[in-house]
Design a protein around this ligand. Structure first.
Ligand code: NAI
Ligand code: MG
Length: 495
């Protein structure tokens, strides 16, 4: 288990258990967002490469993988999980280099993934059905079958985490996978292939083909050899995917972002709430669907919270991603930097009050990268665009409210419904408010507690289906009902 398993070369695709050059994709530089320069030559798949990957996944599905006993699949998954655990440092470093996430965050994130795979391995032999009480003339029961070949389309903010959330349940269920990693940050997903290879998965069970969304991604979605698409990304992309998948009646699961309300009541432990609220909103340079980008603050403590955001922003160390002292790296790519800066302009034009930040970081050594200051706006009206639309940058919108009803109305007043947080010292209020919030996940007196076993996913425009938890298996499995007569008699209808 040495680092030699993961060489620092990314110029081949992983298809059918082999490292191959792209047929009609290509090799191009992947940009280090901390410098704006290419740091690695990376393979991208085109249409023909996706075709080869789907064919390999289909062969592996019809061949060894779906026939293998669950406990045998679990053994291979556990070997993979152990290899993953032994390579956290390498994987985290590659991911931070490629997407700019501060290494202290990447280590924590990547450090949890092995447990995801272990947990899913433990489910691989437990997907039983149920018996259905009928009458003495039949025995009816269900069995669960893998959906088939799954195309997983992952984003650039958390490539390895998104892969774990999809590969874990897919492999446990007996599906095979074509992983189409995001074009901006493909390196860590290709590194993952080295561990898949070493773990001894049969050839073609996992194929890794980064590529451009509208080309490789769209082809994977439309491909008749693919049974399901598991996607994380933007809602607009999901709509395109639904249209492109309609012809082949694809199954879908979608995780589509959010505009999470993080509600702080005046009766809360405000200091703890501030740790969570400031910690969340600038994590990952704001590039996560779960962050509490709308901070809803009860009026009596509003000015205090605003002042604390200003003070704490000054303590955020913006810097090079691989420096262990860095809290916040750059935005992961140039378009995202431009998107964030444009929303900061929108916030100003809408009349929100800039409390802190609000500019690209131009200081020495960082000016070539896509760095932006930790930012917060106060006096934000819930209907402003900066309070309604997903910015995906380190921009907090601090919104005052009076009382529970208004907090709930504001919290629910967007098209999203992924995550939410609330802080209160009143246990009754905790239950009341949590129960009224339209979100797939609600945290009380904590935030961003996300694990393998806790179902995660969105209501409303935030997605379809759940990732993590036993529930995540549902979208990778079909149910077959079998009815067996106990008599073998079937009446002649024409007698
Ligand atoms: P995107 O939805 O375009 O990209 C996500 C993935 O979808 C990438 O792998 C991409 O190659 C692929 N893709 C793009 N077009 C496709 C198509 N036509 N068919 C199949 N696959 C396709 O997201 P993008 O443009 O990178 O980011 C835009 C915004 O989306 C962000 O600013 C953020 O607001 C949101 N987003 C949310 C994420 C989340 O975690 N929920 C992750 C990434 C983006
Ligand atoms: Mg896009």
């Amino acid at each position: 288990m040495t680092s030699e398993l993961i060489p620092q070369t990314f110029d081949k695709l992983f298809i059918g258990g082999r490292w191959v050059s792209p047929v009609d994709g290509g090799v191009r530089g992947s940009i280090d967002p901390a410098t704006g320069e290419a740091w690695a030559e990376v393979a991208y798949g085109g249409i023909a490469d996706i075709d080869l990957a789907v064919a390999a996944a289909r062969e592996a599905f019809e061949g060894p993988w779906r026939r293998m006993a669950g406990w045998e699949r679990a053994q291979i998954m556990r070997r993979f999980a152990d290899l993953y655990a032994a390579h956290v440092e390498q994987l985290a470093t590659i991911e931070s280099r490629d997407n700019g996430r501060a290494i202290r965050e990447s280590r924590l994130d990547v450090g949890m993934h092995a447990q995801y795979y272990h947990w899913y391995a433990s489910l691989a032999d437990k997907m039983g059905g149920r018996t259905i009480p009928m009458d003495d003339s039949v025995h009816a029961f269900t069995t669960r079958l893998p959906v088939g070949v799954v195309g997983t389309i992952t984003p650039w903010n958390v490539p390895l985490m998104a892969a774990a959330w999809k590969l874990g349940p897919a492999l446990a269920a007996g599906c095979t996978v074509v992983l189409k990693a995001a074009e901006q940050t493909p390196a860590s997903s290709l590194a993952l292939g080295r561990l898949i290879e070493a773990a001894g998965f049969p050839a073609g069970v996992v194929n890794i083909v980064p590529g451009d969304g509208p080309v490789a991604g769209a082809h994977l979605v439309a491909h008749p050899g693919v049974d399901k698409i598991a996607f994380t990304g933007e809602g607009e992309t999901a709509k395109t995917i639904i249209r492109n998948g309609a012809e082949t009646l694809k199954r879908f699961s979608f995780e589509l972002g959010g505009k999470a309300p993080h509600i702080i009541f005046a009766d809360a432990d405000v200091d703890q709430a501030l740790n969570a609220a400031t910690g969340s909103v600038w994590t990952l340079c704001g590039q996560s669907c779960a962050l509490g980008s709308r901070v809803l603050v009860e009026r009596p403590i509003y000015d205090h919270v605003v002042e604390e955001f200003r003070k704490r922003a000054a303590r955020v160390r913006v810097g090079m991603p691989l420096d262990p002292a860095t809290h916040m790296g750059p935005q992961a790519h140039l378009q995202q930097l431009e998107k964030t800066l444009s929303y900061i302009d929108i916030g100003k034009a809408e009349g929100a009050e800039l409390v802190t930040g609000g500019a690209r970081v131009e200081r020495d050594g960082l000016s070539g990268g896509y760095f932006v200051e930790p930012t917060a706006f106060a006096a934000v009206d819930p209907n402003m665009r900066i309070a309604q639309e997903e910015i995906f940058g380190p921009v907090a919108a601090l919104i005052p409210f009076d009382g529970e009803d208004e907090a709930v109305a504001i919290a629910n007043g967007t098209r999203y419904g992924l995550t939410a947080g609330l802080w209160t010292g009143d246990v009754g209020r905790a239950h009341r408010v949590a129960n009224r919030i339209e979100a797939g996940m609600v945290w009380v007196n904590t935030y961003r507690y996300i694990r393998w076993s806790t179902p995660y996913g969105g209501l409303k425009a935030s997605g379809w289906g759940r990732e993590n938890g036993i529930e995540s298996l549902d979208s990778y499995l079909e149910t077959r009902t079998t009815v067996i007569s106990t008599t073998g008699k079937f009446a002649d209808p024409y007698a």
